[in-house]
Design a protein around this ligand. Structure first.
Ligand code: BES
Ligand code: ZN
Ligand code: ZN
Length: 476
């Protein structure tokens, strides 16, 4: 996407589409009546358009203005949240129109505009018939002179968010542990200063990564531990990122019912989040040492699947009794957390995972659940999410609930009870963290939306990639 800035009257600029802001109760619509026709407000009203944030009305320009199509974009109260919603909607409508060029007259920060238009414009159509695919935006014109706007940085952030969405949307037939590893070699390995290392099944066995092995052993697609490092000279902090990379979660022997399994290609959303945030941070040149660890496995049903009652003995000595093979994410993350804590100098550790259905029940699709004992991390991460326009909600990492994980035959079991399922999953992970300040992001609701809403098309959202980038930037 090329971005240019222009102080010219938006209605005079030629493009496939022009987006014009309209406030709550059609505030400001009269300004367009001389160009678009005196009946514009009445027409908008009769079409049910009121200017509320995230709604739009599409009008053919019929030669009245330089652009082919007019998008009246509801901006509601016109505060930054509403304007961001409007830009997302404009991006979506531009895609539905197949507009390659867009002039946006929305008055909002240039970087926010670029990121929101790009996220709205995203669609995953590579398996659709050629005729059914719509053109993406290639040229965007924003108001003003662009001073103080780092369009390049916004485009980098937008690009990695889209790459994360592609990864998550890919069917499990095409994205499995080794292909996720190859993606990492291709996309992160290509960046200057980045080293990528992949542990295959033999290496995993040699290193006793019992969780990744157990979860992956029911699949013909062999598991992987994917890691990448970045060591800039002027590093101000050292951050390790860990991601759940379950490329398909059938539930294992604790098999999921079909409706719950349908979207479980999304279960590597945590890995997509951390890989993309890592890539963006490197490309933005943030002076932070980074490590990323992804536990990649397919959780399947097979004669060789791991079983209920099995006991896993992790490298840090913790023994885990399996009570439900569908609580597999925490098992693969455990190996990664142990490895991340072994890296010398790491002082912050963040993991992201589509970990629990309980998280979706608790906070729904608009929030990532944040768990941490470190109040500074909580404050910084909430601020980073706020700036990205993404929802974070802190949930309790309540130590007293650790008793819910007590096992009969081993130290802990891999599930708690019905209560506080997202918290007991986080407390499980805590057993494998030793040293750095740590935060856990449960993105089960936020990273994938089965149905498209106002903000995102159906499927992967690319949340919370930009929040994680912002937080890394806050340490730089
Ligand atoms: N991958 C799921 C969690 C999930 C659910 C992600 C919905 C995205 C949307 C996870 O592996 C899982 O199945 N968790 C179980 C844990 C339970 C057995 C303790 C769950 O949430 O039901
Ligand atoms: Zn599961
Ligand atoms: Zn899972």
């Amino acid at each position: 996407m090329n971005v240019t800035f222009s102080s010219a009257e938006p209605l005079s600029l030629a493009a496939d589409a022009v987006a014009l802001p309209v406030g709550k109760d059609l505030a400001g619509i009269e300004a367009y009546e001389s160009a678009l026709g005196a009946g514009l407000a009445d027409f908008a009203k009769s079409a049910g358009f009121s200017g509320s944030a995230g709604t739009a009305l599409i009008l053919p320009s019929l030669g009245r203005v330089a652009a082919s199509t007019v998008i009246l974009a509801g901006v509601g109260e016109a505060h930054v949240g509403d304007l961001r919603k409007a830009a997302l909607k404009v991006g979506r409508e531009a895609r539905a129109l197949g507009a390659a060029s867009l002039v946006s007259a929305l008055e909002l920060d240039g970087q926010v505009a670029i990121e929101a238009l790009s996220a709205g414009n995203y669609t995953f159509d590579r398996y659709k018939k050629e005729d059914d695919r719509k053109a993406a935006l290639t040229d965007v014109t924003l108001p003003g002179d662009g001073s103080g706007v780092d369009a390049g940085a916004a485009l980098v952030r937008a690009k990695w968010q889209s790459l994360a969405r592609d990864l998550v949307n890919l069917p499990a037939a095409d994205l499995y542990p080794e292909s996720l590893a190859q993606w990492t070699r291709d996309h992160l390995g290509a960046l200057e200063g980045v080293e990528v290392e992949v542990w295959d099944e033999d290496e995993l066995a040699a290193r006793n990564c019992v969780g990744i092995i157990a979860v992956g052993q029911g699949s013909v697609r062999q598991p992987r531990l994917i890691r990448a490092t970045y060591r800039p000279e002027n590093a101000k902090d050292h951050i390790a990122l860990v991601g759940k990379g379950v490329t398909f979660d059938a539930g294992g022997l604790s098999l999921k019912p079909s409706p719950y399994m349908q979207t479980m290609r999304c279960d590597m959303g945590g890995s997509a989040t951390v890989l993309a945030a890592f890539g963006a941070a490197v490309e933005l040149g943030l002076p932070v040492a980074l490590d990323v660890f992804v536990g990649a496995a397919e959780n399947m049903v097979d004669g060789n699947s791991f079983k209920l009652g099995d006991v896993l003995t992790y490298n840090n000595g913790v023994t885990v009794e399996i009570h439900n093979t569908d609580a597999e994410g925490r098992l693969v993350l455990a190996d990664c957390l142990i490895e991340a804590c072994k890296v010398e100098g790491v002082n912050h550790l963040v993991d992201a995972a589509t970990l629990t259905g309980a998280c979706v029940i608790a906070v729904g699709p608009d929030f990532t659940a944040l768990f941490t004992d470190d109040d500074t991390m909580a404050t910084d991460m909430m601020a980073a999410a706020e700036a990205a326009g993404e929802g974070y909600w802190r949930l309790p990492l309540h130590a007293a609930y650790k008793s819910m994980l007590k096992a009969d035959w081993a130290q802990i079991k891999n599930v708690g009870g019905r209560d506080a399922g997202a918290t007991t999953a986080a407390l499980f992970l805590q057993h494998f963290v030793d040293g750095p300040a740590w935060a856990h992001l449960d993105i089960a609701g936020s990273s994938f939306h089965e149905k498209g809403g106002n903000a995102y098309a159906a499927g992967a959202t690319g949340e919370p990639v930009r929040s994680v980038i912002n937080w890394i930037a806050s340490k730089a």
